[in-house]
Design a binder for this molecule. Structure first.
Ligand code: GDP
Ligand code: ZN
Length: 313
């Protein structure tokens, strides 16, 4: 039988929830050749967002076997939660990655924001900063929000303000998601689930449960899951639970500055082609930091990340 095409919506590591082009979900396993050894550099061969080819194993029970993977437009990875020497593909074929930020309860650090921005740019995925809990912006919290907005807009990123609770900004957020596959990420507690629930009222019901009989609910997993937006909006949301840190995967020291747009446009003004903007003379980046054209926090984080990239892991 000719194999059919489907997209991966959820993965538990051994089972995949895939949706075919007619909108039917299947519980799928991987054909043997996809199995990977403990020593492989990637901990998952197939990720949420992947388009795959599958064969039906059991039609009534909707069981299938994945036998091929189609070309990925892009993907985003992090260190595997199980093994830090392995990389885990979080999701693929992503049109936009949204970082949900809060200026309080909890505070999202600028280091975390910068790591997210570098990682998404390194994987060529558009990004959007979404500040949630607009209803809490008062006093110090308001000041912190204004600093975030000023810092990131000044260097060319988009910052949106929403409140999942009051509904402020939600229509604008919807217009960003429309007809796209959008990854949502952020620290635990920033309101990611509340936000997804307000965008997809039937969120909890969308994807069939694919428990492996371990008794674990799907929300205990650290794997990403994809959900369809309601029909009139179109688009899909990928929820990514449990990402505590963005580890600057697959970025070389020399290219780090390429992921700082405010540095990129000044790089050829540095005296040395291989300038890392640390202590080198006639460095256009350090000059721009001194004159206030590059935010100090961005440059300080640049130096921290540069140190990190020197380490072997
Ligand atoms: P998640 O861990 O990112 O999924 O966060 P949750 O969606 O579970 O939300 C964490 C807490 O923040 C909950 O107590 C929510 O009620 C609260 N919360 C979410 N959105 C808002 C908001 O816009 N304003 C306020 N004040 N609280 C919010
Ligand atoms: Zn320089």
């Amino acid at each position: 039988m000719k194999s059919k095409k489907a997209q991966v919506y959820q993965s538990t590591g051994s089972y995949y929830a895939i949706k075919d082009e007619e909108g039917q979900f299947w519980r799928a396993r991987l054909k043997g050749r996809f199995k990977i050894s403990k020593h492989a550099s990637r901990s998952n061969p197939i990720a949420v967002g992947d388009w795959v080819k599958f064969d039906i194993v059991e039609k009534e029970d909707h069981e299938a076997i994945i036998d091929d993977i189609l070309f990925r437009d892009n993907y985003i990875i992090r260190t595997s939660p199980q093994n830090r020497h392995q990389k885990h593909i979080i999701a693929s074929n992503v049109d936009l990655a949204c970082l949900i930020i809060t200026a309080s309860q909890p505070i999202t650090s600028m280091g975390f924001i910068d790591r997210f921005l570098i990682t998404t740019q390194a994987f060529q995925i558009h990004n959007l900063l979404v500040v949630n809990k607009a209803d809490l912006l008062k006093g110090e919290v308001l000041k912190r929000y204004e600093l975030i907005k000023k810092t990131y807009e000044a260097v060319g990123f988009e910052v949106m303000l929403v409140s999942a609770e009051s509904g402020e900004g939600i229509e604008e957020l919807k217009s960003h998601i429309k007809d796209k596959t959008v990854l949502f990420t952020g620290h635990s507690g920033v309101g990611k689930s509340t936000l997804i629930n307000s965008l997809i009222p039937s969120f909890d019901l969308k994807v069939g449960k694919i428990s492996e009989g371990t008794g674990k609910g799907r929300h205990t997993t650290t794997f990403a899951e994809m959900f369809d937006m309601p029909d009139r909006l179109g688009g899909k949301i990928i929820d990514t639970p449990g990402i505590k840190e963005w580890g600057l995967q697959e970025v070389e020291q020399e290219e780090l500055s390429h992921y700082f747009p405010e540095m990129v446009k000044r790089l050829n003004e540095c005296r040395f082609d291989n300038c890392l903007h640390i202590r080198e003379p006639q460095c256009a980046i350090k000059d721009a930091v001194s004159s206030g054209e590059i935010p100090v926090s961005r440059y300080e984080n640049y130096l921290i990340f540069l140190e990190e990239l020197k380490r072997p892991f």
